[in-house]
Design a protein around this ligand. Structure first.
Ligand SMILES: [Fe+2]
Ligand SMILES: [Fe+2]
Length: 179
């Protein structure tokens, strides 16, 4: 361990940094498959947008059935999913890609589904299912990224933690409602 050299010597680091400066944050040391990372992030972006829309719908519908605390939770989740969508879109641009906001094919790109639900309980259950899909797919993405793109991985880890909180909130709501 004592003789272990630093990963790259300073001269090489400095020379490499001067090449392809137009690629900005993407340096030669970036070892992930950029195209795949962008594609996977666009799927996560679609997932977030679908979740924004579903929670938004649930917020307005729940407001009508006298369930203010549940509606408030839906609105908060919707806004947080929008924040995730923005973070992911920003990272796609940083990686030299283009965030896909095309409504066409949105549901195909998204991992989670858009289910309206009739009753308050159905809405909460559908949101919980969607969160659980997001949790599993984001965990997969994190594992895929490994040490090849720590910045994207850290972002996805932060988002994953919030999705887990969302799922936990929804279970609590179901319990409060006696389901
Ligand atoms: Fe999210
Ligand atoms: Fe969520």
């Amino acid at each position: 361990m004592a003789n272990k050299p630093f990963l790259t010597d300073i001269k090489t680091l400095r020379e490499r940094a001067r090449r392809h400066i137009e690629q900005g944050a993407i340096t030669e040391g970036y070892s992930a498959d950029r195209e795949t990372v962008i594609k996977v992030l666009n799927e996560a972006l679609a997932t977030e947008i679908v979740c924004v829309l579903r929670y938004r719908r649930h917020y307005f519908m729940a407001s009508g059935i006298n369930a203010e605390s549940v509606a408030a939770e839906f609105l908060q989740h919707s806004n947080e999913e929008q924040g995730h969508a923005d973070q992911i879109a920003q990272r796609i641009v940083q990686l030299g890609g283009q965030p896909n906001f095309d409504p066409e094919g949105l549901l195909t790109r998204s991992h989670a589904e858009y289910v309206e639900g009739e009753t308050l309980t159905e809405m909460i259950k559908e949101d919980l299912v969607a969160e659980r899909i997001a949790i599993d797919s984001y965990r997969d993405i994190i594992q895929y990224l490994g040490n090849d793109d720590p910045t994207t991985r850290r972002m996805m880890e932060t988002i994953l933690a919030v999705e887990e909180e969302h799922a936990d909130d929804l279970v609590s709501l179901l319990n409060e409602m006696g389901n």
